[in-house]
Write a new protein. Structure first.
Length: 408
Protein backbone atom coordinates (compact mmCIF):
# COMPACT_ATOMS: atom_id res chain seq x y z
CA UNK A 1 0.00 0.00 0.00
CA UNK A 2 2.97 2.33 -0.43
CA UNK A 3 3.06 5.04 2.23
CA UNK A 4 0.05 3.44 3.86
CA UNK A 5 1.81 0.16 4.55
CA UNK A 6 0.81 -1.18 7.94
CA UNK A 7 3.57 -2.40 10.20
CA UNK A 8 3.15 -4.11 13.54
CA UNK A 9 5.66 -3.67 16.37
CA UNK A 10 5.68 -5.10 19.85
CA UNK A 11 4.91 -2.99 22.91
CA UNK A 12 5.00 -3.87 26.54
CA UNK A 13 1.24 -4.21 26.94
CA UNK A 14 -0.07 -4.52 23.39
CA UNK A 15 0.92 -4.25 19.77
CA UNK A 16 1.00 -0.85 18.18
CA UNK A 17 0.19 0.01 14.58
CA UNK A 18 1.98 2.76 12.75
CA UNK A 19 2.70 3.80 9.20
CA UNK A 20 6.13 2.96 7.93
CA UNK A 21 6.49 6.51 6.66
CA UNK A 22 5.69 9.55 8.73
CA UNK A 23 6.13 8.05 12.19
CA UNK A 24 9.08 7.65 14.51
CA UNK A 25 8.10 5.29 17.29
CA UNK A 26 10.49 3.77 19.76
CA UNK A 27 10.13 0.04 20.30
CA UNK A 28 8.03 -0.60 23.39
CA UNK A 29 6.17 2.72 23.14
CA UNK A 30 2.41 3.07 22.94
CA UNK A 31 0.44 5.51 20.79
CA UNK A 32 -3.20 6.11 20.06
CA UNK A 33 -4.17 6.51 16.43
CA UNK A 34 -7.11 5.80 14.18
CA UNK A 35 -6.93 2.28 12.77
CA UNK A 36 -9.34 1.75 9.91
CA UNK A 37 -10.04 -1.36 7.84
CA UNK A 38 -11.67 -0.64 4.47
CA UNK A 39 -13.41 -3.86 3.44
CA UNK A 40 -15.85 -2.85 0.71
CA UNK A 41 -17.14 -4.49 -2.45
CA UNK A 42 -17.20 -2.80 -5.85
CA UNK A 43 -19.62 -0.04 -6.87
CA UNK A 44 -20.85 -1.89 -9.92
CA UNK A 45 -20.56 0.16 -13.09
CA UNK A 46 -18.37 2.86 -11.56
CA UNK A 47 -15.62 1.68 -9.18
CA UNK A 48 -13.85 -1.60 -8.53
CA UNK A 49 -13.43 -2.72 -4.93
CA UNK A 50 -9.76 -1.69 -5.11
CA UNK A 51 -10.72 1.77 -6.36
CA UNK A 52 -13.31 2.11 -3.59
CA UNK A 53 -10.60 1.42 -1.02
CA UNK A 54 -8.25 3.92 -2.65
CA UNK A 55 -10.83 6.69 -2.70
CA UNK A 56 -11.96 6.07 0.88
CA UNK A 57 -8.36 6.08 2.05
CA UNK A 58 -7.67 9.39 0.30
CA UNK A 59 -10.72 11.03 1.89
CA UNK A 60 -9.93 9.77 5.37
CA UNK A 61 -6.36 10.99 5.23
CA UNK A 62 -7.34 14.47 4.11
CA UNK A 63 -9.03 14.91 7.48
CA UNK A 64 -6.81 12.66 9.63
CA UNK A 65 -3.38 12.43 7.97
CA UNK A 66 -2.10 10.11 10.71
CA UNK A 67 -4.83 7.53 10.22
CA UNK A 68 -3.61 3.99 9.66
CA UNK A 69 -5.75 2.59 6.86
CA UNK A 70 -5.61 -1.03 5.76
CA UNK A 71 -7.41 -1.98 2.55
CA UNK A 72 -8.95 -5.40 2.06
CA UNK A 73 -11.23 -5.33 -1.00
CA UNK A 74 -13.93 -7.99 -0.66
CA UNK A 75 -16.40 -9.86 -2.84
CA UNK A 76 -19.24 -12.27 -2.20
CA UNK A 77 -18.42 -14.86 -4.86
CA UNK A 78 -19.85 -12.96 -7.84
CA UNK A 79 -17.99 -10.82 -10.34
CA UNK A 80 -14.99 -9.18 -8.73
CA UNK A 81 -14.07 -12.23 -6.65
CA UNK A 82 -10.80 -12.93 -8.48
CA UNK A 83 -9.83 -9.26 -8.31
CA UNK A 84 -10.36 -9.29 -4.54
CA UNK A 85 -8.20 -12.40 -4.20
CA UNK A 86 -5.43 -10.81 -6.27
CA UNK A 87 -5.56 -7.67 -4.12
CA UNK A 88 -5.10 -9.93 -1.08
CA UNK A 89 -1.93 -11.46 -2.49
CA UNK A 90 -3.05 -14.25 -4.81
CA UNK A 91 -1.34 -14.60 -8.19
CA UNK A 92 -3.52 -13.68 -11.16
CA UNK A 93 -3.45 -16.18 -14.01
CA UNK A 94 -5.39 -16.39 -17.24
CA UNK A 95 -6.69 -19.11 -19.52
CA UNK A 96 -8.28 -19.09 -22.96
CA UNK A 97 -11.68 -20.74 -22.59
CA UNK A 98 -15.07 -21.04 -24.27
CA UNK A 99 -17.35 -18.07 -23.65
CA UNK A 100 -21.11 -18.32 -23.09
CA UNK A 101 -21.80 -17.94 -26.82
CA UNK A 102 -19.24 -20.60 -27.78
CA UNK A 103 -16.52 -18.16 -28.87
CA UNK A 104 -13.13 -17.98 -27.10
CA UNK A 105 -12.63 -15.54 -24.23
CA UNK A 106 -9.75 -14.86 -21.86
CA UNK A 107 -10.67 -15.61 -18.26
CA UNK A 108 -8.74 -14.90 -15.07
CA UNK A 109 -8.39 -17.01 -11.96
CA UNK A 110 -6.21 -16.65 -8.86
CA UNK A 111 -3.78 -19.00 -7.14
CA UNK A 112 -1.89 -18.95 -3.85
CA UNK A 113 -0.12 -22.14 -2.90
CA UNK A 114 -2.58 -24.99 -3.42
CA UNK A 115 -5.66 -22.76 -3.17
CA UNK A 116 -7.34 -21.37 -6.27
CA UNK A 117 -10.15 -18.86 -6.63
CA UNK A 118 -12.24 -19.42 -9.75
CA UNK A 119 -15.00 -17.01 -10.77
CA UNK A 120 -17.51 -18.49 -13.18
CA UNK A 121 -18.45 -15.04 -14.51
CA UNK A 122 -14.91 -14.74 -15.87
CA UNK A 123 -15.74 -17.53 -18.31
CA UNK A 124 -19.54 -17.59 -18.52
CA UNK A 125 -20.67 -14.16 -17.36
CA UNK A 126 -22.95 -11.54 -18.81
CA UNK A 127 -19.94 -9.32 -19.49
CA UNK A 128 -19.02 -11.61 -22.37
CA UNK A 129 -22.26 -10.89 -24.24
CA UNK A 130 -22.41 -8.05 -26.77
CA UNK A 131 -24.55 -5.14 -25.60
CA UNK A 132 -28.23 -6.02 -25.86
CA UNK A 133 -27.55 -9.58 -27.00
CA UNK A 134 -28.72 -12.53 -24.89
CA UNK A 135 -28.83 -16.28 -25.43
CA UNK A 136 -31.07 -17.60 -22.64
CA UNK A 137 -31.59 -21.03 -24.21
CA UNK A 138 -28.12 -21.70 -25.63
CA UNK A 139 -25.57 -19.88 -23.42
CA UNK A 140 -23.15 -22.45 -22.01
CA UNK A 141 -21.00 -22.89 -18.91
CA UNK A 142 -18.46 -24.99 -20.82
CA UNK A 143 -15.78 -22.35 -20.26
CA UNK A 144 -16.31 -22.50 -16.50
CA UNK A 145 -15.39 -26.17 -16.62
CA UNK A 146 -12.30 -25.31 -18.64
CA UNK A 147 -11.38 -22.69 -16.04
CA UNK A 148 -11.72 -25.26 -13.26
CA UNK A 149 -9.47 -27.55 -15.31
CA UNK A 150 -6.87 -24.78 -15.48
CA UNK A 151 -6.97 -24.51 -11.67
CA UNK A 152 -6.47 -28.28 -11.39
CA UNK A 153 -3.55 -28.06 -13.81
CA UNK A 154 -2.06 -25.37 -11.56
CA UNK A 155 -2.01 -27.87 -8.68
CA UNK A 156 -5.00 -26.59 -6.73
CA UNK A 157 -6.20 -28.81 -3.91
CA UNK A 158 -8.76 -26.34 -2.60
CA UNK A 159 -10.88 -24.43 -5.11
CA UNK A 160 -13.19 -21.58 -4.13
CA UNK A 161 -15.73 -21.51 -6.95
CA UNK A 162 -17.46 -18.14 -6.94
CA UNK A 163 -20.70 -18.12 -8.90
CA UNK A 164 -22.84 -15.17 -9.91
CA UNK A 165 -23.30 -12.77 -12.81
CA UNK A 166 -23.86 -15.64 -15.22
CA UNK A 167 -25.23 -15.40 -18.75
CA UNK A 168 -26.32 -19.03 -18.54
CA UNK A 169 -29.14 -21.29 -17.37
CA UNK A 170 -27.80 -24.74 -18.20
CA UNK A 171 -27.61 -26.27 -14.73
CA UNK A 172 -23.84 -26.53 -15.06
CA UNK A 173 -24.14 -29.15 -17.80
CA UNK A 174 -21.62 -27.32 -19.97
CA UNK A 175 -19.18 -27.13 -17.06
CA UNK A 176 -19.52 -30.87 -16.42
CA UNK A 177 -19.08 -31.64 -20.13
CA UNK A 178 -15.80 -29.70 -20.17
CA UNK A 179 -14.63 -31.85 -17.26
CA UNK A 180 -15.46 -35.09 -19.09
CA UNK A 181 -19.19 -35.76 -18.61
CA UNK A 182 -21.41 -36.70 -21.55
CA UNK A 183 -25.00 -35.58 -22.11
CA UNK A 184 -26.60 -37.41 -25.02
CA UNK A 185 -29.90 -37.30 -26.90
CA UNK A 186 -31.96 -40.30 -28.01
CA UNK A 187 -29.65 -40.81 -31.02
CA UNK A 188 -26.58 -40.97 -28.80
CA UNK A 189 -25.35 -37.56 -29.92
CA UNK A 190 -24.36 -34.69 -27.59
CA UNK A 191 -27.29 -32.44 -26.79
CA UNK A 192 -27.12 -28.83 -27.90
CA UNK A 193 -25.51 -26.14 -25.74
CA UNK A 194 -27.33 -24.32 -22.99
CA UNK A 195 -30.37 -25.13 -20.93
CA UNK A 196 -32.53 -25.46 -24.04
CA UNK A 197 -30.49 -28.42 -25.27
CA UNK A 198 -31.27 -30.35 -22.09
CA UNK A 199 -34.87 -30.74 -23.27
CA UNK A 200 -33.53 -33.50 -25.56
CA UNK A 201 -31.49 -35.25 -22.85
CA UNK A 202 -31.80 -39.03 -22.91
CA UNK A 203 -28.58 -40.12 -21.18
CA UNK A 204 -26.21 -38.55 -18.66
CA UNK A 205 -22.82 -40.18 -18.15
CA UNK A 206 -20.50 -38.74 -15.50
CA UNK A 207 -18.05 -41.67 -15.51
CA UNK A 208 -15.53 -39.73 -17.59
CA UNK A 209 -15.18 -36.80 -15.19
CA UNK A 210 -11.61 -35.67 -14.55
CA UNK A 211 -10.50 -37.93 -11.66
CA UNK A 212 -8.63 -35.04 -10.01
CA UNK A 213 -11.96 -33.50 -9.04
CA UNK A 214 -12.49 -36.22 -6.42
CA UNK A 215 -9.35 -35.15 -4.58
CA UNK A 216 -10.16 -31.45 -4.44
CA UNK A 217 -12.06 -29.54 -1.77
CA UNK A 218 -14.43 -27.61 -4.03
CA UNK A 219 -16.32 -24.84 -2.24
CA UNK A 220 -19.36 -23.38 -3.96
CA UNK A 221 -19.32 -19.73 -2.90
CA UNK A 222 -22.63 -18.01 -3.58
CA UNK A 223 -24.84 -15.31 -2.14
CA UNK A 224 -28.08 -17.08 -3.19
CA UNK A 225 -29.64 -20.28 -1.90
CA UNK A 226 -32.37 -20.82 -4.50
CA UNK A 227 -33.31 -24.32 -5.65
CA UNK A 228 -32.73 -25.40 -9.23
CA UNK A 229 -36.32 -25.31 -10.49
CA UNK A 230 -39.83 -24.23 -9.54
CA UNK A 231 -41.22 -20.84 -8.50
CA UNK A 232 -37.99 -19.92 -6.69
CA UNK A 233 -35.71 -21.70 -9.13
CA UNK A 234 -33.05 -20.41 -11.46
CA UNK A 235 -35.19 -19.89 -14.62
CA UNK A 236 -38.10 -18.19 -12.85
CA UNK A 237 -36.08 -15.91 -10.56
CA UNK A 238 -33.08 -15.06 -12.73
CA UNK A 239 -34.03 -15.96 -16.31
CA UNK A 240 -35.47 -12.58 -17.25
CA UNK A 241 -32.27 -10.72 -16.49
CA UNK A 242 -30.58 -13.04 -19.00
CA UNK A 243 -33.07 -12.20 -21.74
CA UNK A 244 -35.51 -15.09 -21.23
CA UNK A 245 -39.13 -14.62 -22.27
CA UNK A 246 -41.97 -16.25 -20.36
CA UNK A 247 -41.97 -19.07 -22.91
CA UNK A 248 -38.20 -19.45 -22.52
CA UNK A 249 -38.57 -19.69 -18.74
CA UNK A 250 -41.09 -22.51 -19.10
CA UNK A 251 -38.78 -24.35 -21.52
CA UNK A 252 -35.78 -23.93 -19.24
CA UNK A 253 -37.61 -25.03 -16.12
CA UNK A 254 -38.85 -28.18 -17.84
CA UNK A 255 -35.41 -28.88 -19.34
CA UNK A 256 -33.66 -28.49 -15.98
CA UNK A 257 -36.26 -30.71 -14.34
CA UNK A 258 -35.49 -33.37 -16.94
CA UNK A 259 -31.74 -32.88 -16.39
CA UNK A 260 -32.14 -33.28 -12.63
CA UNK A 261 -34.07 -36.51 -13.14
CA UNK A 262 -30.84 -38.03 -14.51
CA UNK A 263 -28.42 -36.58 -11.96
CA UNK A 264 -30.56 -36.61 -8.84
CA UNK A 265 -33.99 -35.01 -8.67
CA UNK A 266 -34.01 -35.02 -4.88
CA UNK A 267 -30.97 -32.75 -4.83
CA UNK A 268 -32.49 -30.04 -6.99
CA UNK A 269 -33.78 -28.33 -3.84
CA UNK A 270 -30.35 -28.11 -2.20
CA UNK A 271 -29.45 -24.57 -1.06
CA UNK A 272 -27.43 -22.97 -3.82
CA UNK A 273 -28.54 -25.43 -6.52
CA UNK A 274 -30.14 -22.59 -8.45
CA UNK A 275 -27.14 -20.26 -8.19
CA UNK A 276 -25.85 -18.78 -11.44
CA UNK A 277 -28.36 -20.45 -13.73
CA UNK A 278 -28.11 -23.75 -11.91
CA UNK A 279 -24.35 -24.15 -12.12
CA UNK A 280 -24.59 -24.58 -8.36
CA UNK A 281 -26.53 -27.81 -8.95
CA UNK A 282 -23.92 -29.12 -11.35
CA UNK A 283 -21.13 -28.34 -8.87
CA UNK A 284 -22.94 -29.81 -5.86
CA UNK A 285 -24.24 -32.97 -7.49
CA UNK A 286 -21.74 -33.59 -10.27
CA UNK A 287 -18.53 -32.41 -8.60
CA UNK A 288 -19.24 -32.99 -4.92
CA UNK A 289 -18.90 -29.33 -3.99
CA UNK A 290 -19.96 -28.03 -0.61
CA UNK A 291 -22.01 -24.86 -0.38
CA UNK A 292 -21.01 -21.92 1.78
CA UNK A 293 -22.23 -18.31 1.70
CA UNK A 294 -19.85 -16.51 -0.63
CA UNK A 295 -18.88 -13.68 1.67
CA UNK A 296 -18.03 -16.07 4.52
CA UNK A 297 -15.74 -18.05 2.25
CA UNK A 298 -14.07 -14.96 0.85
CA UNK A 299 -13.47 -13.41 4.26
CA UNK A 300 -11.66 -16.59 5.26
CA UNK A 301 -9.64 -16.75 2.05
CA UNK A 302 -8.73 -13.06 2.09
CA UNK A 303 -7.51 -13.05 5.71
CA UNK A 304 -10.21 -10.81 7.11
CA UNK A 305 -9.96 -11.99 10.73
CA UNK A 306 -6.36 -10.86 11.34
CA UNK A 307 -7.02 -7.57 9.56
CA UNK A 308 -10.10 -7.04 11.72
CA UNK A 309 -8.04 -7.65 14.86
CA UNK A 310 -5.92 -4.63 13.93
CA UNK A 311 -8.87 -2.27 13.37
CA UNK A 312 -10.82 0.13 15.57
CA UNK A 313 -13.27 0.99 12.77
CA UNK A 314 -14.44 -0.93 9.70
CA UNK A 315 -15.73 0.73 6.55
CA UNK A 316 -17.65 -1.55 4.20
CA UNK A 317 -20.05 -0.93 1.34
CA UNK A 318 -21.22 -1.57 -2.21
CA UNK A 319 -22.98 0.30 -4.99
CA UNK A 320 -26.50 -0.13 -3.63
CA UNK A 321 -27.36 -0.87 -0.02
CA UNK A 322 -30.83 -2.40 -0.30
CA UNK A 323 -32.87 -5.41 0.73
CA UNK A 324 -30.56 -7.75 -1.19
CA UNK A 325 -27.63 -6.52 0.89
CA UNK A 326 -29.16 -8.13 3.95
CA UNK A 327 -29.26 -11.56 2.29
CA UNK A 328 -25.64 -12.61 2.00
CA UNK A 329 -24.05 -9.65 0.25
CA UNK A 330 -20.55 -8.55 1.18
CA UNK A 331 -21.38 -5.56 3.44
CA UNK A 332 -23.71 -7.65 5.59
CA UNK A 333 -21.08 -10.36 5.99
CA UNK A 334 -18.37 -7.86 6.87
CA UNK A 335 -20.59 -6.07 9.38
CA UNK A 336 -21.68 -9.33 11.03
CA UNK A 337 -18.07 -10.43 11.52
CA UNK A 338 -17.06 -7.00 12.83
CA UNK A 339 -19.99 -6.89 15.26
CA UNK A 340 -19.02 -10.29 16.63
CA UNK A 341 -15.52 -8.93 17.23
CA UNK A 342 -16.86 -5.74 18.84
CA UNK A 343 -15.56 -3.41 16.11
CA UNK A 344 -17.96 -0.68 14.89
CA UNK A 345 -18.84 -0.62 11.20
CA UNK A 346 -20.03 2.13 8.89
CA UNK A 347 -20.93 1.74 5.22
CA UNK A 348 -20.50 3.68 2.02
CA UNK A 349 -22.74 3.25 -1.01
CA UNK A 350 -23.95 4.92 -4.14
CA UNK A 351 -27.60 4.51 -3.24
CA UNK A 352 -29.19 3.80 0.14
CA UNK A 353 -32.53 1.98 0.27
CA UNK A 354 -32.39 0.71 3.86
CA UNK A 355 -33.81 2.26 7.00
CA UNK A 356 -31.69 2.96 10.04
CA UNK A 357 -33.49 0.08 11.71
CA UNK A 358 -32.34 -2.19 8.86
CA UNK A 359 -28.80 -0.94 9.25
CA UNK A 360 -28.86 -1.43 13.02
CA UNK A 361 -30.05 -5.00 12.54
CA UNK A 362 -27.15 -5.67 10.17
CA UNK A 363 -24.61 -4.19 12.56
CA UNK A 364 -23.97 -1.05 10.49
CA UNK A 365 -23.82 2.03 12.66
CA UNK A 366 -24.31 4.54 9.85
CA UNK A 367 -24.46 4.55 6.05
CA UNK A 368 -23.14 7.31 3.81
CA UNK A 369 -24.63 7.50 0.31
CA UNK A 370 -23.20 9.34 -2.68
CA UNK A 371 -26.72 10.37 -3.66
CA UNK A 372 -26.88 12.47 -0.50
CA UNK A 373 -24.25 14.67 -2.15
CA UNK A 374 -25.38 14.29 -5.77
CA UNK A 375 -29.02 13.21 -6.33
CA UNK A 376 -28.64 12.72 -10.09
CA UNK A 377 -27.82 8.99 -10.52
CA UNK A 378 -26.00 9.53 -13.83
CA UNK A 379 -23.74 12.21 -12.37
CA UNK A 380 -23.31 10.09 -9.26
CA UNK A 381 -22.04 7.18 -11.35
CA UNK A 382 -19.75 9.37 -13.45
CA UNK A 383 -18.27 11.19 -10.45
CA UNK A 384 -18.29 8.29 -8.00
CA UNK A 385 -14.61 8.60 -7.14
CA UNK A 386 -14.50 12.25 -6.05
CA UNK A 387 -17.87 11.92 -4.32
CA UNK A 388 -16.65 8.90 -2.38
CA UNK A 389 -13.63 10.86 -1.18
CA UNK A 390 -15.98 13.55 0.17
CA UNK A 391 -18.06 10.88 1.90
CA UNK A 392 -14.90 9.48 3.48
CA UNK A 393 -14.03 12.94 4.77
CA UNK A 394 -17.39 12.99 6.55
CA UNK A 395 -16.68 9.59 8.08
CA UNK A 396 -13.33 10.83 9.32
CA UNK A 397 -14.92 13.88 10.94
CA UNK A 398 -17.69 11.80 12.50
CA UNK A 399 -15.63 8.85 13.74
CA UNK A 400 -11.91 9.64 13.75
CA UNK A 401 -11.57 13.06 15.33
CA UNK A 402 -11.93 14.30 18.88
CA UNK A 403 -13.86 12.07 21.23
CA UNK A 404 -14.97 9.90 18.33
CA UNK A 405 -11.41 8.75 17.73
CA UNK A 406 -11.22 7.52 21.29
CA UNK A 407 -14.64 5.84 21.44
CA UNK A 408 -15.04 4.53 17.87
Amino acid sequence: MGSGQVVRIGSGRRDCLFESKGYKVADGAEMETARVLVAADKFKGSLTAVQVAERVTAGLRRVVPTAVVEALPVADGGDGTVAAAVAAGFERRTARVTGPLGTPVTAAYAVRGTTAVVEMAEASGLQHLPAGEFAPLTATTYGSGELLTAALDAGARTVVFGVGGSATTDGGAGMLAALGARFLDADGKPVGPGGGGLAELAEADLSGLDPRVAGVDLILASDVDNPLTGPKGAPEVYGRQKGATEDDIAVLDAALTRYASFLGAGQAALPGAGAAGGIGYGALVGLGARFRPGIEVMLDVLGFAPALARASLVITGEGSLDAQTLHGKAPAGVAAAAREAGVPTVAVCGRLALTQQDLDGAGIRRAYALTALEPDPAVCMAEAGPLLERVAESIARDFLTGDAAQTG
